[in-house]
Design a protein around this ligand. Sequence first.
Ligand SMILES: Nc1ncnc2c1ncn2[C@@H]1O[C@H](COP(=O)(O)OP(=O)(O)O)[C@@H](O)[C@H]1O
Ligand SMILES: Nc1ccn([C@@H]2O[C@H](COP(=O)(O)OP(=O)(O)O)[C@@H](O)[C@H]2O)c(=O)n1
Length: 203
Amino acid sequence: MPFIIAIDGPAASGKGTIARALAAHFGFHHLDTGLLYRATGAKGGDPVLAAQTLTSGDLNRSDLRSAEAGQAASRIAAIPEVRAALVDFQRRFAAQEPGAVLDGRDIGTVICPDAPLKLYVTASDRIRAARRAAELGADEAVMLAELQERDRRDSERATAPLKPAADAVVLDTSHLSIADAIARAIAEADRARQGPVIRTSPW
Ligand SMILES: Nc1ncnc2c1ncn2[C@@H]1O[C@H](COP(=O)(O)OP(=O)(O)O)[C@@H](O)[C@H]1O
Ligand SMILES: Nc1ccn([C@@H]2O[C@H](COP(=O)(O)OP(=O)(O)O)[C@@H](O)[C@H]2O)c(=O)n1
């Protein structure tokens, strides 16, 4: 059975950084599921058809990381038929041996609810905005408004809203370096790979 690590959290919390590092550490496959929604939004036209006909070429566009692509993604991500069109691809990806790390908004809650490790990565709004502003060379106040609008839309939608799974481990990276955040995630994965602690009676 492949080992699945589900990572969710709000925009620019450090999900992708941690997911890539976990995949490299354990030799697992990694899928940034946000790219599926960014590519669908960027395609234009009917978003349901765009999601149903997504190709690897669509995912390789160079303009998908922009704030505009993020906004377009979160609008089309609220459409249930768009989400439904992307489920099978994500589940097939997760089923690859020896394991897979998927990061997004609904991985632990909808796509892989049986994943043995679910991380909910978060950080304060201000810190996330500062990190994304540095990454994109953009204004911090503009990024703060963008992230907050997107987080609100993602959390309030009826289908697969952004929220921690009941059994998710919350990792607040506000005051963690990248190296420390990765080390915590690896420690959680090592713990989860050992399986649940079964207490046997001494008798
Ligand atoms: N713990 C951290 N400390 C400082 N910067 C971080 C940390 N984690 C991520 N970053 C930086 O913040 C930005 C957003 O991180 P990313 O992993 O892309 O977030 P997400 O996938 O949640 O959108 C990137 O520029 C990344 O290098
Ligand atoms: N599993 C996922 C992943 C992304 N998304 C949507 O896609 C948008 C872009 O996701 P992303 O992960 O690329 O965004 P960042 O966290 O990198 O800013 C999000 O704001 C969500 O609206 C989603 O609905 N479900």
